[in-house]
Design a binder for this molecule. Structure first.
Ligand code: SF4
Length: 320
């Protein structure tokens, strides 16, 4: 029988209680790898009218308060070159991931996507390509294009799921269902792509049980990473209207910390945790204000792992 101490050692990261992204990248590349956020100027089918014009209820016209859209309008090549220079100067960094972050980064014909991705890969020091999009926007030819980069670079396909419950996806106006996500993951996996799933804890109408079912669902799929954050309210969104009308409230900081650790205890221990908490743009955030204390939030999460003496995968079991 494996002791917890032995099991923990399997996860070789600075934060040994979960498989952190920074630890994973350092193990793989031997040094810190920095992400360069790119705004490719693409839109989203859930905003451009293909599916709807409303968007997900938590998303504003800039794409959920990530801040990346603020660099839009500049050619991808120039965005990457200028960010690389700044990061090199500040951190003496040598390795980078080109991260197509804003909106849906496969929402264009393949030839246009190829040009955008090629523009980002301006140097061998770009060791990874990460593309965030929706699961209903990844036709096979787009997946094949992404897979064509994976010989020389690490390629991640980041797919928004948010919840493993169709009732929630409908409530938040995602415009796709859980089966669509599962299908996209399966097709990406067949082409050897690494999938990173995005989830949000604290969505309207979701119980703790539902959120933990999302963790079990993700652990049952061939995904390689997960990005988790709490629900926060950004101004000028449908969610802001619901909040102002008193129709829902956000998780408290301590509630999120406990729930997140519960969630990670259910994740397979090989899944890389890319994000533990949200990082909203301060000018756009309405509530909860604790969202802005990123380092405090991460500190509290680490403390909760220690307090419980627990670790990623502790409560995972096959078929559960
Ligand atoms: S899929 Fe992303 S960009 Fe599109 S509406 Fe939803 S959150 Fe916004």
């Amino acid at each position: 029988m494996e002791t917890p101490e032995k099991k923990n050692r399997k996860i070789s990261t600075p934060h040994t209680r979960y498989r952190s992204l920074s630890g994973y990248l350092t193990d793989r590349f031997g040094e810190r790898v920095h992400k360069i956020a790119i705004d490719a100027g693409l839109t989203c089918p859930n905003r451009d009218g293909t599916i709807s014009r409303k968007g997900c209820i938590f998303c504003n016209s800039l794409g959920s308060g990530t801040g990346a859209s603020l660099i839009g309008g500049i050619p991808v090549r120039d965005q990457v070159a200028s960010a690389m220079e700044k990061i090199k100067r500040r951190f003496k960094a040598q390795k980078f991931i080109a991260y197509f972050q804003s909106f849906s980064n496969t929402n264009a014909p393949v030839a246009i996507l190829k040009d955008l991705f090629d523009q980002a890969l301006i140097s061998d020091s770009i060791v990874g390509l990460s593309v965030a999009t929706r699961p209903d926007c990844v036709e096979d030819e787009k997946l094949k294009l992404l897979a064509s980069y994976s010989g020389e670079r690490m390629v991640w396909l980041e797919l928004g799921l948010q919840s493993a419950h169709d009732i929630t996806l409908k409530r938040i106006n995602r415009g796709h269902d859980v089966a669509c996500f599962e299908d996209a993951v399966g097709r990406a996996k067949e082409l050897g792509l690494s999938v990173v799933a995005h989830v949000i804890l604290g969505l309207p109408g979701e119980t703790k049980k539902m959120m933990l079912e999302t963790a079990r669902f993700l652990s049952s799929l061939p995904i390689e990473g997960v990005k988790i954050h709490h629900l926060y309210v950004v101004r000028k969104t449908l969610l802001a209207e619901l909040y102002e009308a008193g129709k829902f409230s956000c998780l408290e900081q301590s509630g999120y910390v406990g729930l997140l650790v519960d969630f990670i205890e259910l994740l397979r221990d090989d899944i890389v945790v890319h994000r533990l908490t949200g990082d909203p743009h301060s000018g756009e955030l309405m509530t909860p204000l604790w969202s802005l204390n990123k380092s405090q939030n991460i500190g509290l999460i680490h403390e909760e792992f220690e307090r419980r003496n627990t670790w990623q995968g502790k409560n995972f079991s096959v078929g559960k």
